[in-house]
Every structure is written in C-alpha cells, then in structure tokens.
Design a binder for this molecule. Sequence first.
Ligand SMILES: [Fe+2]
Length: 291
Amino acid sequence: MELLLERDTIAPAAASGGERGDWTIDQQWDRYTAQEHLVWKTLYERQASMLAGRACDAFLAGMRALSIGSSGIPDFRRLSELLIRQTGWQVVAVPGLVPDEVFFEHLAKRQFPAGQFIRKPEQLDYLQEPDVFHDVFGHVPLLTNPVIADYLQAYGVAALQAKERGVLALLARVYWYTIEFGLVEQKDGLRLYGAGIVSSYAESLFALDSASPNRIRFRLPRVMQTDYRIDDFQETYFVIRDLDELLALAHTDFAPLYAQVRGLEALQPRAVLPDDVLLNAGTGTYHRARI
Ligand SMILES: [Fe+2]
C-alpha cells in the first residue's frame, strides 16, 4: 500500500528537485545488490503465481510483453525501450515520493515516476512509500494497454488543473479507486487491475475473495465523494465493466462535477447509498474486528 496523494513527507535527497529539476535520478541499475534483487525475486514469485486468474488479462499480457520476471529488479531503460514502442510511455526513476505537481507533470508527459529503491527483506508486506516493486510490478504492466496509457496521461493533465482549482482531493479519489484499487469485470469473473492491490499479496486475496468489503459499480461523482483508507485494506472497491470505461473517464470534463461534488460532505469509505449498484454488500467483518 502507498500513500500516493497523502504526501506529507518527501524524499530529502532531492528536496530541491534534484540536479535535473524534475526530481528524476539515474536508476543506477548496476548498483543494486544481490540481496535487493533477491527481495524482488521473493516478491515476484509470491505474486506471479497467485495473480493468474486474479489479475485482469491486460495486466498479465503486459507482464509478458515487458518480460517482467523473477530474475531481478528490471532495468528502466529496457522497460522504456519496449514501452515507447507500444504506447509511448517511459519509466523514470525518482528517489521516493515527489511533490504532487511533479508527479502529475510526469504523467502528463507519459513518463511514469517509479521509486528507485526496493523495500528491505523485513518489509515484504507493508511499505508506506512506493518502491520499485509497487511501481514497476504494480503499475508498469498496464502501461502497455492503450486505454490505461491514455487514461493515466489524461489524469496527469486533469490533476494539474484540479490542483490549481483547489479540488485535487476529489480527483485523488478517482485515482485511488481506479489506478490503485480498481476491480474490473471480465467475462470469466471479477479481476484486479489496481496497482495497490496487485502488488500486495494479502490485498489481492482480500479484494476478490473476502465477504467483508463492498464491491460497488463505479460511478464517477460517487467515487469523487468517497474517502478511502490509507492505513489498511479498502472497505469498498469500485468495479468497472471493462477497461474501456476508463477511456470515457479520460475524456471527461471534470469542471461541472467539481461544482456538483465539492460542497457535499465526504462519504465514509464503508458507506452504501440507495442508488449504488452493489455487486457485493460487504459484511464489514474484517474492519470491525480491527477497531
Ligand atoms: Fe501506486
């Protein structure tokens, strides 16, 4: 899990934006240690075997197309060479969390900022900052998909505008409930596409198998109004009918929606509304037991 848009800490190493001014750094792939590659291998093997039949087809196809495997932390230069040919995206290395506007500017330029570092062996299951495993394993495979590629770029552009208007929190919820924690329907069943889920062993199981969370049909104004959990599994997952639904989102004029939603009180993560289409009415058992 990561705190993508709850950025109250920023990597000190590049507090001024680094030498390049855009916070990017060299990945220095040659400098990863054998132990760091082993952490990747451990995480990869655990996720890859479990995600067959759980992650959406587009995610699994992206993994294959980019040859993301168990041999070690991928070299961003190689990933970018392949991605540029497919969807015009690149992966750029950053030291950790970067300021919102820097992150969005990269997205708007079809550059995905990926954490250069990898978690420690004792942090396999929880990490606050996005590392290379979350960013590359979780996000990069779907950048081979033309719909996701366009959606993420459009999100970067829209988020820069939302920040200027003081409504970034509303759009952050859309990112959270799609790119990070989204579920999608396939002909053969419900599947994962959110990077925050597919990069987490425990949440990959919880999001699909547990009776505890709500699974609700995605509606844009509804999602813009809904708070999310940053400290635990989600209490609600929003489900799109197919990835093409995100294409319509990429072309949405958000201005009227901001006007509609900004005055409304935020909905709790667990809230269910009378006009929600519920695919699963969650029992709430998991989160009740955590209080
Ligand atoms: Fe992420």
